[in-house]
Design a protein around this ligand. Structure first.
Ligand code: FES
Length: 374
């Protein structure tokens, strides 16, 4: 059986059992209190080493006064630093707001995005760091630094406890100087109010800036706009659109506008020719097609993917994202999938030169129908 030599506290030695005799393996020094076992019997990795003694409570180190406790001048200096940091925080937040206004985002100019991000980030960083460093500096140098021990007690909210809590709160207020040091208190309150403001500006950017219905209704299509091929921008003669073919179409001039991608995301159109007798047109849309040629928005009414697949035998348009399927013969009504409304139709005709043109813009918003739910 293994033998232990636990020794007195702080005087433990390693005892090793060998052939029934005990050998001293040397002192482990004060406080280590660890005994190693070695025996041919009853030794397992879990019991080979055990702590011989619990730690003695070392108690609290003696309280050391800080320089701000001894020297009122240093105390004032520290106070100045704290409220300077809180004011710096306010300046940082104001800078962030100013940067937001001074460097408006222009998606076509990456430089504006860089400047906006850099200065907004610097302002917010200064705002947060000013509060954080100021609060830590305040706690370390000006609030009372005594170490306190409080024994655990039952956590019941008795009247006595509440009275004690009020007393502790008042004491905390007294010791931190929150009520007394008006400049620190006011600058901290100012910094806490100013810091979240840049975040409000950023969250505001996530919302729509204009009425979504109006934004999705207004596209580059208007009266007489020439239908052109995507991406070359060459006009399309009605005679070039053969039965079973499909054209990916953009409005004339789209390649020249600054916000080309944004405009294309709303104005892209699919053009197909069917036999006129295959088209089941609504009476009010009888003149929206030209000799069996129809044009529909390419933007899926589910969540806005481009509807790019045309099945010429069935005259179905398929959205590859979630498989919404639209029937071209029946004014692009939804016959399968999560989309909730037909693709908007673009009324078309031909101009004097035989090129296909739009009669006017879309009569309804293109793309996702989320606005219908609001
Ligand atoms: Fe077309 Fe979902 S975006 S089906």
């Amino acid at each position: 059986m293994a033998q232990h030599d636990t020794g007195a506290a702080g005087d433990a030695e390693q005892a090793v059992v060998k052939d029934g005799s005990v050998e001293r393996a040397g002192s482990t020094g004060q406080g280590s209190g660890v005994v190693a076992h070695s025996s041919s019997r009853a030794v397992s990795p879990g019991t080979a080493v055990e702590v011989s003694d619990a730690f003695v409570n070392p108690g609290l180190p003696p309280h050391r006064e800080r320089i701000t406790d001894r020297d009122p001048k240093k105390d004032k200096e520290a106070e100045r630093r704290v409220y300077t940091l809180f004011y710096a925080s306010i300046i940082g937040s104001v800078l962030a707001i100013a940067a937001y206004a001074a460097f408006p985002l222009d998606p076509s100019d990456i430089q504006t995005v860089r400047l906006n991000t850099a200065f907004l980030g610097l302002g917010i960083a200064l705002g947060l760091l000013g509060i954080g460093i100021g609060a830590v500096y305040w706690a370390k140098n000006l609030m009372r630094g005594d170490e306190l021990v409080e024994m655990r007690h039952v956590t019941r909210g008795t009247d006595e406890t509440r009275a004690k809590a009020v007393e502790v709160f008042k004491q905390g207020n007294e010791e931190s100087g929150f009520g007394r040091r008006a400049l620190i208190r006011n600058s901290l309150i100012g910094a806490l109010i100013a810091t979240p403001i840049p975040a409000i500006l950023l969250f505001r950017d996530l919302g729509p800036t204009t009425d979504p219905v109006q934004a999705l209704e207004e596209t580059m299509w208007g009266e007489g706009t020439v239908l052109t091929r995507d991406p070359t921008g060459t006009p399309i003669l009605a005679s070039e659109v053969t039965l079973g073919s499909v054209f990916h179409v953009i409005p004339e001039g789209l390649n020249d506008v600054e916000d080309r991608l944004e405009q294309k995301a709303k104005a892209a159109v699919l053009l197909m020719r069917l036999k006129p007798e295959d088209l089941n047109e609504l009476p009010e849309r009888a003149d929206w097609s030209y000799d069996g040629i129809v044009a529909y928005s390419k933007i899926c009414t589910h969540v806005g993917c481009p509807v790019a697949l045309y099945e010429q035998q069935t005259h179905h348009l398929l959205c590859p994202c979630h498989q919404s399927t639209f029937d071209v013969t029946n004014h692009c009504e939804v016959i399968f999938g999560p989309a909730k409304r037909p693709l908007p139709q673009l009324p078309i005709t031909v101009n004097a030169d035989g090129y296909l043109v739009s009669q006017r813009g879309f009569d309804e918003p293109v793309g996702p129908s989320f606005w219908e739910r609001s």
